[in-house]
Write a protein that binds this ligand. Structure first.
Ligand code: AMP
Length: 444
């Protein structure tokens, strides 16, 4: 069943969604005035035990959509005395399992769940486990099991192999950022984990992007799921802009934009770990202090930087795509693509760090002639079209297929100038463009 959320006219209240008092009280304290569209559409079905595929924009309130029904079920099961979770069982069992792709997301989701659960007076145990930190501390924490476990797949498998946790009583499985969880790199780990869980369980899949092939795979796993696809117009509080710049001037333009706009904070994406440090050094020379965040940093450094950024102590953060997914940075004014992401879906994830939960947000992409074609692909895949703008004082040469060819020819001395008919020239363009991409650095 597919629900077209554009047709929803009156958003329900949280009470109308069927949530119980301890949750309603907490939502009032958090000043959540009304459910977001995904919450209004999904929570009643999830409470009724249905499987779910939700394609919702990042920042749309997905965490509460799965966390609130999970907490409600656990509390009701506990009251009915049939929980298989920590309190009523001696084994290291888990009842609700949430799989996420990154460490930071695991911590963030677990923190949100703990916050939603404060009025259950500690009766529901929630833990986050992820790599990069001591496994012993996590093993100790898992003793006696846990009700809700938020985990990255690799560390979870490690803990299972040391018998620290068992999945045979999982009754709810959430795949957050499901497209990533089901894509290459995680598929094997996910299959191994699924094999350890009971067949009968509620499965909830959330993701900002849902490529067709992933959808086909998820439909195999799910039992008669409710399908909700929020429209991208639901996230219209995010303004996207694209500035064309001359090659070699991106750093100057970036520094200019940061200084001129005096954003409270800015998150800048680059495509490789070493580019983070490199750009930070170049910005420092222009009087801008920036912190860096990437996968080569130790976990304590990653946490320190992210906490500092979330607390507003760090103003400029340069990151790779490990910061692109799910992270909730309150009122982040701007995300800047210094390098374009390789994949069009990562573009959506990156820009979704700003303009969350109905706040006003801004996403800027800086493109030079090398980015020109790739940005067109990103636009096409994401069904957006943005007017190319110029930054005053840094006006770029016009970018067109011809100017790209000219620039490539100027750069590549051994390449002979194309001669002959227009047809031949066009051929050259294609191969020259292909060369551009062979040197493009992939995100982590
Ligand atoms: P998420 O998409 O789950 O990462 O949520 C994004 C942000 O929206 C988080 O800061 C949540 O606390 C906030 N949020 C979630 N639901 C609501 C709501 N109904 N009203 C206001 N804020 C919300």
């Amino acid at each position: 069943m597919s629900i077209d959320t554009t047709k929803v006219t009156t958003p329900a209240t949280f009470t109308e969604l069927g949530l119980i008092t301890p949750l309603l009280a907490r939502l009032a304290e958090l000043e959540y005035q009304q459910p977001t569209p995904i919450q209004a559409q999904a929570i009643p079905s999830v409470l009724a035990g249905r499987d779910l595929i939700a394609g919702a924009n990042t920042g749309s309130g997905k965490t509460a959509t799965f966390a609130l029904p999970m907490l409600q079920h656990l509390s009701q099961q506990r009251r009915a005395g049939k929980s298989s979770g920590s309190k009523s069982s001696k084994g290291n069992f888990v009842t609700g399992l949430i799989l996420v792709p990154t460490r930071e997301l695991a911590k963030q989701v677990a923190d949100s769940i703990k916050s939603y659960a404060v009025h259950f007076n500690g009766e529901i145990k929630t833990l986050a486990i992820f790599g990069g930190v001591s496994v012993n501390t996590q093993m100790l924490a898992l003793r006696g099991g846990t009700d809700i476990l938020v985990a990255t797949p690799g560390r979870l498998l490690d803990l299972i192999s040391s018998n620290a946790i068992k999945l045979d009583r999982v009754n709810t499985l959430v795949l957050d950022e499901a497209d990533r969880m089901l894509s290459l790199g995680f598929t094997e780990e996910l299959s191994a984990l699924l094999a350890l869980m009971p067949k009968k369980k509620q499965i909830l899949l959330f993701s900002a992007t849902f490529p067709e092939q992933v959808k086909a795979l998820t439909e195999e796993l799910l039992n008669n799921p409710i399908e909700i696809q929020l429209q991208s117009s639901d996230a219209s509080t995010l303004v996207q802009r694209v500035f064309t710049v001359n090659k070699g001037e991106k750093t100057a333009v970036l520094a200019h934009l940061i200084k001129k706009n005096q954003w409270r904070q800015a998150l800048i994406f680059v495509n490789a770990k070493h580019h983070c440090e490199h750009l930070a050094e170049k910005l420092a020379k222009r009087g801008i202090t920036a912190a860096v965040f990437h996968g080569d940093k130790g976990q304590s450094e990653r946490s320190r930087v992210l906490d500092g950024f979330k607390a507003g102590e760090i103003e400029v953060l340069i990151a790779t795509d490990i910061a692109a997914r799910g992270l909730d940075i309150e009122k982040l004014p701007v995300v800047i693509n210094f390098n374009l992401p390789r994949s069009p879906s990562d573009y959506m994830h990156r820009i979704g760090r700003s303009g969350r939960a109905g706040e006003v947000g801004l996403a800027i992409s800086l493109i030079d002639y090398e980015d020109y074609h790739h940005f067109k692909v990103i636009e096409k895949k994401n069904k957006i079209w943005l007017e190319r703008e110029q930054v005053e004082g840094f006006e770029a040469d016009e970018i067109s297929d011809d100017s790209i060819l000219a620039a490539l020819l100027a750069e590549s001395k051994p390449m002979a100038k194309p001669e002959g008919t227009g047809k031949k020239k066009r051929k050259k363009k294609t191969s020259a463009n292909a060369d551009i991409w062979s040197g493009y650095s992939k995100p982590e």
